[in-house]
Design a protein around this ligand. Structure first.
Ligand SMILES: [Zn+2]
Length: 132
């Protein structure tokens, strides 16, 4: 399967879930703290609406929770093998890691959420909005 057509490509590269060419968030820089969370209203190339309805991204909180739990389990397994920390140092380390990864988790949760409901569609170049 062509990687450029997978949902993983859309999620990891901040791309529109429908055309995989337009940007979902306004900036590709996850650690630009002033604008990492600013989404485009719609895709500039295929006009896919990213703001489908009020509260649409409420479900992304569940995705974020799943990512956080997976990260916590992975970190716990790693520290149990290599560091064998007590509970408090582990929780401090995990909290710091979550704080550092917050912009990435926020963006990945929203991109995963919209990719659950919007499928890739191949567009001929003449159908793409060439104005932008
Ligand atoms: Zn698009």
């Amino acid at each position: 399967m062509d990687y450029l057509k997978t949902k993983l490509y859309s999620v990891l590269n901040n791309k529109c879930p429908r055309c995989h060419k337009g940007s979902f968030f306004q900036t590709d820089k996850s650690y630009n703290l002033k604008s990492f969370s600013v989404m485009n209203d719609c895709c500039e190339l295929c006009s896919e609406d990213f703001r489908k309805e009020p509260g649409y991204y409420f479900g992304a909180a569940y995705v974020s929770y799943a990512l956080t739990v997976a990260l916590g389990i992975g970190l716990y397994a790693l520290q149990a093998v290599f560091l064998d920390l007590d509970t408090i140092p582990f929780l401090i380390m995990f909290s710091l890691l979550l704080l550092i990864l917050l912009p990435l988790l926020y963006r990945y949760a929203r991109l995963i959420w919209i990719n659950l409901f919007v499928n890739y569609q191949e567009f001929p170049p003449e159908e793409m909005n060439a104005d932008l």
